[in-house]
Design a protein around this ligand. Structure first.
Ligand code: TPP
Ligand code: MG
Length: 362
């Protein structure tokens, strides 16, 4: 009666999709995305730039010049390859670690720093930057992405909503609800689960009995794919196809990117050596997205040490200027928080506002 092999049969269908292997060789020519040399270089430029941003953000945090920060090193291919497949009109609903995608979608660097400091200006997207602020509540953005996608569909826009969560996020009720609703209403949504092997200290093996997270799409009636998340070409190709599907009315896609974060969960004080071995991290460093893409580009004569140096210098310069701008932004006041939340103030807040206007003018 109950076919016990059904699960393994389905799981066997979920093979990790790869285009570029660890040695920087194309292993799947058919799936090689049609990117120009300039676009390939741009992918590299963005990964190098983002790695520098991560290193600088960590030291700025340690100096007390930034606040909340979730390190991104290791996840560049997953984050930037997926964003590169989007168009300006697409909407991003990020999680707290997904600041790089926002930056390449148009969020100015100083605003990313203000977000880190908990300043409301960091959560205000400039006009034309289609994104929500990074979500801290795990997987809440999944439901919201389905809603945004349905809104785009209703308005007849040729655009998608893409959202990101982690392996841990895939255990939340919101995850299943959001996916199911998107499937039921054929929403133009892309759900990316960045499986970086851990939810803070919990390993993915403890997260679910399923062998892949990608297969969870089957239960809600749309396709899922597991992608080598250290391979920027594979991530790009998968998201590009998912986007094409979505805008052609073919509905949502679930994409699991297999990746790893080199750093701690956040800068708030977890110690990864207490839940991960050094050997494991070393293994993942061999899969590094920048190292393999550098090999690939060098093989094509498209990249040099000098070029990389230039990107690093540019990133450092931009970060310096952005931190200056962050410091120059007026401190947020209590009245700001009241003013940005309401169009019409309830009476009790009116009273509080008046009180704070008095205090702040002293
Ligand atoms: C609803 C909810 N529960 C718990 C937390 C605390 N929390 C913050 S990050 C995190 C782990 C998330 O891991 P994962 O989804 O794998 O994402 P990663 O941090 O690895 O990118 C938890 C439990 C939260 N922010 N929201
Ligand atoms: Mg995780």
């Amino acid at each position: 009666m109950i076919d016990k092999t059904i699960v393994t049969k389905i799981e066997e269908m979920f093979k990790t999709f790869q285009v570029l292997n660890e040695e920087g060789q194309i292993v799947n020519q058919e799936a090689m995305p049609a990117l120009s040399d300039d676009q390939l270089k741009e992918l590299m430029r963005r990964m190098v730039y983002t790695r520098v941003l991560d290193q600088r953000s960590i030291s700025l945090n340690r100096q007390g010049r930034l606040g909340f920060y979730a390190p991104t090193a290791g996840q560049e291919a997953s984050q930037l390859g997926s964003q590169f497949a989007l168009e300006k009109e697409d909407w991003i609903l990020p999680g707290y670690r997904d600041v790089p995608q926002l930056i390449w979608h148009g969020l100015p660097l100083h605003k990313a720093f203000l977000f880190s400091r908990g300043h409301y200006v960091g959560n205000q997207m400039p006009e034309g930057v289609n994104a929500l602020p990074p979500q801290i509540i795990i997987a809440a953005q999944i439901i919201q992405a389905t809603g945004v996608a349905l809104g785009l569909k209703k308005r007849g826009k040729k655009a998608v909503a893409i959202t990101y969560t982690g392996d841990g996020g895939s255990s939340q009720g919101d995850f299943y609800e959001g996916l199911n609703f998107a499937g039921a209403y054929n929403a133009p949504a892309i759900f990316v689960v960045q499986n970086n092997q851990f939810a803070i200290s919990t390993p993915v093996e403890k997260q679910t009995a399923a062998k892949t997270i990608a297969q969870k799409a089957i239960a809600v009636g749309f396709p899922g794919i597991q992608v080598d998340g250290m391979d920027i070409l594979a991530v790009y190709a998968a998201v590009k196809e998912a986007r094409d599907r979505a805008i052609n009315g073919e509905g949502p896609t679930l994409i699991e990117t297999i990746t790893y974060r080199y750093g701690p969960h956040t800068m708030a004080g977890d110690d990864p050596t207490r839940y991960r071995t050094e050997e494991l991290t070393n293994e993942w460093e061999k899969k590094d997205p920048i190292v393999r893409f550098r090999k690939f580009l060098e093989g094509k004569g498209l990249w040099s040490k000098e070029e990389e140096e230039k990107v690093i210098e540019q990133a450092k310069e931009d970060i310096k200027a952005a931190i200056k701008k962050t410091d120059e932004t007026p401190k947020q006041k209590v009245t700001d928080l009241i003013d940005i939340m309401y169009e019409n103030l309830p009476y009790n807040l009116k009273e509080q506002r008046e009180e704070y206007v008095r205090k702040e003018s002293k």
